[in-house]
Design a protein around this ligand. Structure first.
Ligand code: HEC
Ligand code: HEC
Length: 566
């Protein structure tokens, strides 16, 4: 058996044999030191959907890469980075992905000039993880590549070859916008994961994953299952498992795939749209010249239908400046190579499942497929350093709608329906795992009403979660009043608007408020819950009490946080 066949079989056992039957893709390139096996892919799947991978228990890889949206972030439409001008709701805003608030290792919030205590939004949209295993270079600027993979702690080379995925997986858990507190190390990531209860925050865990997790109460037990008796979580093992899972996310069963495999025919519209996709229009290049490549040759010499399999294997560099934004907004590849000709170039994405994305391009700035087609039809928007292949096309209305029909025919029904290998747990963030807020605070100095802030689910075990308060006077002393019962409709006690029950009450001092802007401030309070399973499901209520000399009573209170220990 050739190595490729062996690999194919390993993938087949992950996907289930029937899923492989129609596949016409070879398995993605895999480094010899990290072969695809079913248990390792399942461990990687658990870790990919694990919100405890973040410092805040609130962000998993899958939070920003959801299959319902083709492996990108469905929330992007509502999440703005203000862009280079720093001003929200202007043309240069980026519809990005929401990560974590700025937080230090102790769990205290630092406050961000752009996002305050809110989770930060990435400067680019999340591209898809589906078929990422075929890409020889990753990220929009291709800055993560094959070659060597080094253990992020020891810096020893542990793998060589097609290791772009391993190199990529190493980044988000220590990225202080996406998943990490400032300065987080892989040792910290690993220590947290080792003892975490697998998928403690998620629900609707797919059967194949639930069976793999079985009765395991810590990730270390799962690492033993995969890497042998006595094995524990290590940075390299975590990374290799997640990369292995990503190598099983291969989408090749769209209507287009069926048609080129002789297993179906495209609709008449999609068929016509494919012709539009594969044709030049005036001096504008065929879409497939950039998007259809599976070889250098097709990129140089244009497409044929079989070359438009669009599963990656893109020639390097297949990056172009489409003219979506002025180059000064984001240099793209030019930001890495510093070559003037690369300014504003971005990697050409594969187009499978693109119809599911909901927002398009690295800016997320186009929000319907019709807008994408119109963008190309008018030859892009910004022309400095723009690819010469992008020119006005003068497509007819019919050609445009046919093109959209063809792009729709690139959607794999398994991705759209969340079927294996594109099945996934439901994230805690979608199930209100984070504390919820209710009630209203009391207004004090300068009309300021303290607002409770609660992004972080509270999980049993040593790791801390943080609650915070904002919109209080700078430098004001702050306290948290805790109880296990609450009066959610509120009541007045000694002139204070209260919601905590004053039943099991405890008060903790949370320090003086850090100044933010205009005399306002914020405070945060990291706390942990012991590793006692009996605590799971415990209700905790917290309300902030703020010393505010300008308030009638000299004290104000915030709204209420309701925390359910998970
Ligand atoms: C806060 C949102 C967020 C989280 C969490 C996140 N990502 Fe991403 N991901 C992004 C963004 C944004 C990019 C693109 C960045 C760029 O191009 O500069 C990206 C890029 C990628 C890519 C590259 C795809 C390509 O074609 O270039 C892969 C693969 C990926 N992420 C996997 C992961 C994995 C695995 C994790 C968890 C360890 C993860 N991501 C966590 C937002 C996120
Ligand atoms: C010169 C090369 C080139 C040509 C020609 C081209 N594209 Fe693109 N396309 C790109 C690049 C590069 C990107 C990524 C740009 C970015 O994100 O800023 C892209 C992005 C896209 C996206 C967004 C994908 C996503 O999920 O965000 C779609 C859809 C798309 N192109 C469709 C088309 C269609 C349809 C045509 C023909 C009308 C076409 N492209 C022609 C290079 C090209």
């Amino acid at each position: 058996m050739t190595p490729l066949r062996v690999l194919g079989l390993a993938v087949a056992s992950v996907l289930g044999a029937s899923a492989m039957a129609q596949s016409h893709f070879p398995a993605p390139p895999t480094p010899a030191g990290n072969p695809v096996t079913t248990p390792k892919a399942l461990l990687g799947m658990a870790l990919f959907w694990e919100e405890q991978m973040s410092s805040t228990n609130s962000v998993a890889c899958g939070t920003c890469h959801q299959f319902s949206h083709g492996g990108v972030d469905p929330r992007a439409i509502n999440q703005r980075h203000p862009g280079p001008d720093g001003i929200p709701n202007t043309a240069d805003d980026i519809l990005g992905a929401r990560g974590v608030p700025v937080r230090d290792a102790s769990g205290h919030y630092s406050g961000s000039t752009t996002f305050g205590l809110d989770p930060q939004v990435t400067r680019r949209k999340a591209p898809t993880v589906i078929n990422a295993g075929y890409q020889p270079a990753l990220f929009y600027d291709g800055r993560v590549a094959n070659g060597e993979f080094r253990d992020p702690v020891t810096n020893q080379v542990v793998l060589t070859g097609p290791v772009a995925l391993e190199n990529l997986v190493a980044a988000p858990p220590i990225n202080s916008t996406e998943m990490a507190h400032t300065g987080r190390t892989w040792t910290e990531v690993t220590n947290k994961i080792a003892t975490a209860r697998p998928l403690a925050l998620a629900s609707n865990i797919p059967t194949r994953l639930a069976n793999f997790i079985g009765g395991a109460t810590t990730y270390n037990q799962l690492f033993e299952q995969v890497y042998g008796v006595g094995a524990t979580a290590t940075p390299t093992r975590i990374i290799m498992a997640v990369a292995t899972y990503l190598r099983t996310l291969n989408s090749d069963q769209s209507a287009f795939d069926q048609s080129i495999a002789g297993q179906g025919t495209l609709s008449a519209e999609a068929q016509r749209g494919m012709t539009v996709f594969n044709s030049r229009h005036g001096s504008a290049a065929a879409c497939s010249q950039c998007h259809g490549d599976i070889s250098n040759a097709s990129h140089q010499f244009g497409p044929t239908p079989l070359q438009t399999t669009m599963y990656g294997q893109l020639p390097v560099p297949n990056s172009h400046n489409t003219g979506i934004r002025p180059i000064a907004d984001d240099n793209g590849v030019g930001g890495i190579t510093t070559n003037q000709t690369d300014m504003g170039r971005f990697r050409t994405p594969g187009l499978r499942n693109t119809s599911l994305h909901g927002t398009w391009f690295h800016t997320g700035g186009l929000t319907t497929m019709a807008q994408v087609v119109d963008f190309y039809d008018r030859g892009g928007d910004f022309h400095t350093n723009q690819a010469t292949e992008i020119q006005p096309r003068n497509l007819t209305a019919q050609q445009k709608s046919d093109l959209v029909a063809f792009l729709d025919a690139l959607t794999d029904p398994r991705v759209a329906a969340g079927q294996a290998p594109f099945d996934s747990p439901r994230l805690g963030s979608l199930n209100n795992a984070a504390p919820t807020r209710s009630g209203i605070g009391m207004t004090g100095t300068a009309g300021r009403t303290p607002q409770a802030v609660a992004h972080e689910p509270v999980v049993i075990g040593g790791q801390s979660a943080t609650i915070a308060v904002q919109n209080v006077p700078a430098n004001a002393p702050t306290f948290v009043v805790w109880d296990t019962v609450a009066v959610t409709q509120g009541y007045t006690y000694a002139g204070l608007q209260l919601y905590v029950g004053l039943y099991d009450v405890a008060v903790t001092y949370a320090g003086t408020a850090t100044p933010s802007t205009g005399g306002a401030g914020f405070a945060s309070f990291p706390f942990g819950v012991p590793s006692l399973r009996s605590l799971i499901g415990t209700n905790l209520y917290a309300q902030w009490l703020v010393f505010d000399q300008g308030a009638p009573l000299g004290v104000t209170t915030s709204d209420l946080n309701h925390i359910v220990v998970r």
